[in-house]
Design a protein around this ligand. Structure first.
Ligand code: ADP
Ligand code: ASP
Ligand code: MG
Length: 405
């Protein structure tokens, strides 16, 4: 029997009516003869509400306790979703991460999935049930509760699809597919009918929050066909698969933005071998992911190093700034919290040159100053002041023909 994995995000389960609407889609797949595993997020706003409570007590508080708190949102929605399926006439059962041994490492607030025990799920399938799983959460070998990072329910869904060898993983959300830019910023951005894992991965990792980055990595690794589609309209979404016939003339497929990072600059560090190694080993040990790095040319034996991290990691860095500075003899540290990273993504870049200069010129024409630059084979990213985010995204959509007239 074929298996379909489905995932409903926060807005899609934001009220009892919406939960029933989502359940009806799961029931429809079951009635078509599929075995159905449904991953659900917390009701919209709920995870934010819980984490705000934690911040009100201590923004740099224990990551273990933050996770213990944050999983409560999904705990509620799985039960409601299973009840809704049953109300619609289909037997269902909900499980949280511990119950299916959704094993992760112990990196609280950003844990990685290691394995899943599918015994209970398969048994429930044999009993004809729809299986509802709590997204975003995991459990360590020691029984500690973890979360996969904000937006992590996508990753739960794809990991389940991979473990169960599902035919497809449908990600139901509040947009009807993946667009060339966030439709909240560029309402006339073009919809992308099909994308390769490679492009979607660059889009997700550079800020397109429509999919959690690790969900795309899982999908690519285990070759799970992904579809992003609307919970509210019955129409085809965006398919994300291995091979997509690239259109020759499409140089840039999408513009993304990310305002969730902060810049840390360490001034006057020793310009000697091993400085960067020490600094970034220190951060890696603390599970702090660094995105962009810029080091200036050293003068008088001193150099400055800037890097960007998730804003959520800043309280920890600030709390430990003395240790960080003394590890590399930095004189001062400066923080930039009002930054945005704007990226142009497209496999077409492999075959076309001049994309970077077009991007920089389009930003310059709007008076946008570039603070940092990084590139990969299919992506160019610029860090700018946060206030120019919308202006920059719109200008780049115009430059690369990604918005309809
Ligand atoms: P869910 O709660 O269903 O997981 P998210 O809010 O995490 O939903 O993701 C959907 C949102 O992603 C959309 O409402 C949209 O604003 C945003 N988004 C950002 N970039 C894109 C993009 N390129 N295409 C579509 N949506 C995007
Ligand atoms: N509820 C979690 C969040 O808001 C996970 C998710 O929705 O994917 O980040
Ligand atoms: Mg999401």
């Amino acid at each position: 029997m074929s298996i379909i994995a489905m995932k409903f995000g926060g807005t899609s389960v934001g009220s009892p009516e919406r939960i029933i609407n989502a359940a009806s889609k799961a029931v429809r797949e079951a009635e078509r003869g599929h075995q159905v595993v449904v991953t659900v997020s917390a009701m919209s706003g709920e995870t934010d509400r819980l984490l705000k409570l934690a911040d009100a007590i201590d923004p740099a508080g224990s990551p273990r306790e933050r996770d213990m708190l944050a999983v409560a949102g999904e705990q509620a929605s799985i039960a409601l979703m299973a009840m809704a399926c049953e109300k619609l006439g289909r037997p269902a059962v909900s499980y949280n991460a511990a119950q299916i041994n959704m094993r992760t490492d112990a990196a609280f607030t950003k844990a990685k999935i290691l394995s899943i025990d599918d015994t209970k799920i398969r048994k429930a399938f044999d009993e004809g049930r729809i299986v509802v799983i709590a997204g975003f959460q995991g459990v360590t070998g020691e029984g500690e509760i973890t979360t996969l990072g904000r937006g992590g329910s996508d990753t739960t869904a794809v990991a389940l699809a991979a473990a169960l060898k599902a035919d497809r993983c449908d990600i139901y959300t509040d947009v009807d597919g993946v667009y060339a830019a966030d439709p909240r910023i560029v309402p006339n951005a073009k919809k992308i009918p099909a994308l390769s894992y490679e492009e979607m991965l660059e889009m997700a990792s550079s800020g397109a929050k429509v999919l959690h980055t690790r969900s795309v990595q899982f999908a690519a690794k285990y070759n799970v066909p992904l579809q992003v589609l609307s919970s509210f309209e019955d129409k085809p979404g965006t398919m994300i698969t291995e091979e997509v016939q690239a259109m020759e003339d499409v140089v840039v497929s999408a513009i993304t933005h990310n305002t969730k990072e902060a810049k840390v600059t360490l001034i006057g560090t020793s310009d000697v071998p091993g400085t960067a190694a020490k600094l970034f080993s220190y951060l890696a040990e603390k599970n702090i992911n660094v995105d962009m790095i810029v080091q200036n040319v050293g003068e008088n034996g001193l150099a400055d190093i800037s890097f960007t991290v998730e804003k959520t990691d800043l309280p920890y860095i600030q709390k430990n700034e003395q240790a960080l500075m003394s590890s590399i003899n930095a004189k001062r540290v400066v923080y930039g919290t009002k930054i945005a990273k704007i990226s142009a993504v497209g496999v077409g870049m492999k075959a076309h040159s001049g994309v970077a200069s077009r991007m920089f010129n389009a930003l310059a024409a709007k008076g946008v100053n570039i603070l940092m630059i990084s590139t990969s084979e299919i992506k160019i990213s610029c860090v700018i002041h946060e206030d120019y985010t919308e202006l920059a995204v719109r200008a780049l959509c115009d430059e690369f023909g990604l918005a309809s007239e």
